[in-house]
Design a protein around this ligand. Structure first.
Ligand SMILES: *[C@@H]1O[C@H](CO)[C@@H](O)[C@H](O)[C@H]1NC(C)=O
Ligand SMILES: *[C@@H]1O[C@H](CO)[C@@H](O)[C@H](O)[C@H]1NC(C)=O
Length: 390
């Protein structure tokens, strides 16, 4: 246990160092790490570095896929052309006809200067992004089929297309979440107040992601500063906030949401806690019999989980820059056994900061978009055959 703890602390320490160079999307993390180190009576200069393991426990983590979960395999030479006008691609979702739809920032970037110390966006006077921020792509060629969303958004983040074809978009600068009905140019629902943030229930603070259940329940990950998830009914009436104090659950930048409705689970990429946590979604109303225990996937090589997408019994996840010991890669998770069952890393050389992931409803195709470089990769899902022998 002691060794494990030291290795864990080492990972945290390395993270702090690396994070300094990473284009960080939040500010106080270093202080928090120092506090954790201090609580263990350690400083950065302590023997942590000397325990840097040649053969760390990370290398002993093995895949347990056993040929069950399909594995994403990258489609080469896709997209065939270059995406026009796309800046940092922060989000991807799949529309009702299986086409990938991306949400991007055009000429704008999200960096340490984007917000002041009180989480207010500094560049309101530059106006909204004046090019189409939502682009629908041809799944075969990757060519842009259509675009919309110019003159509205300031700093795009998450995109979710629900089962009715509504598009849900989050803007971290506006501190708002919008629902656009198919073909609409104005939102039919708005959550939060424009450029106003706060901890109360009428305001959001840099919201990141949305999930919508088939019964219409809406989940909003709120986000970089409030670190909570809000649940609304289909009319937008607030039903619940995760977590409640008595649930002993603390989130630190919930960055991506996915539902596993067959298990009544809402899964959250709890980014800075370096884990995926699944809680009862309570889609059939408040369930008094349900124990509020959560499922928790947290292993040393998972790192900062940026995005998750569920299909069938599995969750496909990507991490982002964490430390040199923790490669940027793709993971297949089994939330029911709280484990990583597969690693697939063919995109690591191409994406320094992947940011979102989406899988088609039939589970045959998967897409990953990245901030740096501005890129989208397509994968097809391959059956994994169990290797005989070693
Ligand atoms: C951040 O910007 C807002 C809006 O301009 C301002 O009201 C607030 O005082 C600023 N905070 C700091 C710490 O400068
Ligand atoms: C994978 O296996 C399933 C079930 O055996 C089959 O339906 C599917 O077509 C296979 N997919 C591929 C890409 O071979």
């Amino acid at each position: 246990m002691f060794t494990y703890r030291i290795v864990f602390l080492f990972i945290l320490f390395t993270f702090v160092k690396e994070h300094y160079y990473a284009s960080s999307e939040q500010t106080n993390f270093q202080k928090k790490i120092h506090k954790i180190l201090a609580e263990h009576g350690l400083t950065e200069d302590d023997e942590l570095l000397s325990v840097a393991p040649e053969q760390s426990i990370l290398s002993s983590v093995t895949n347990q896929n056993h040929g069950v979960a399909p594995r994403p395999k990258e489609v080469q030479n896709w997209p065939q052309g270059k995406l026009p006008h796309s800046g940092e691609i922060s989000g991807v979702s799949i529309n009702r006809v299986g086409q990938p739809v991306i949400f991007h920032r055009g000429p704008r970037t999200f960096n340490d200067w984007s917000f002041n110390e009180t989480n207010d966006f500094r560049f309101i006077n530059e106006g909204p992004i004046d090019i189409d921020t939502v682009l629908t792509l041809d799944p075969k060629t990757g060519n842009v089929l259509s675009g919309w969303g110019s003159g509205f958004f300031y700093l795009p983040h998450g995109i979710t297309i629900d089962h009715e074809g509504n598009t849900w978009l989050t803007d971290v600068a506006m501190h708002q979440v919008f629902k656009f009905s198919p073909g609409a140019s104005r939102p039919s629902m708005t959550f939060g107040q424009k450029f106003q943030h706060g901890p109360g229930v009428r305001k959001l603070c840099m919201p990141t992601s949305v999930a919508v259940a088939h019964n219409g329940d809406i989940f909003i990950a709120d986000g970089y500063c409030n670190s909570r998830v809000l649940k609304y009914d289909y009319r937008g009436e607030l039903i619940r906030i995760f977590p409640q104090p008595w649930e002993f659950l603390s989130l630190q930048i919930p960055h991506s949401l996915t539902l596993m409705e067959q298990y009544d689970l809402l899964c959250i990429a709890d980014r800075e806690n370096m884990r995926v946590i699944c809680v009862k979604a309570e889609l059939n109303g408040y369930d008094t019999s349900s124990q509020m225990t959560s499922l928790n996937i947290q292993q040393p090589d998972l790192g900062r989980v940026f995005a998750i997408a569920a299909h069938g019994n599995y969750i496909y996840a990507i991490n982002g820059p964490t430390s040199q010991m923790i490669p940027v890669q793709g993971f297949t998770l089994n939330p029911l056994t709280e484990s990583i069952i597969d690693h697939w890393d063919s995109f690591a050389q191409k994406m320094w900061m992947p940011h979102d992931i989406a899988i088609t409803e039939d589970g045959r195709e998967l897409y990953i978009v990245s901030i740096t470089p501005s890129r989208i990769l397509k994968f097809t899902m391959e059956n994994v055959t169990r290797k005989s022998g070693h």
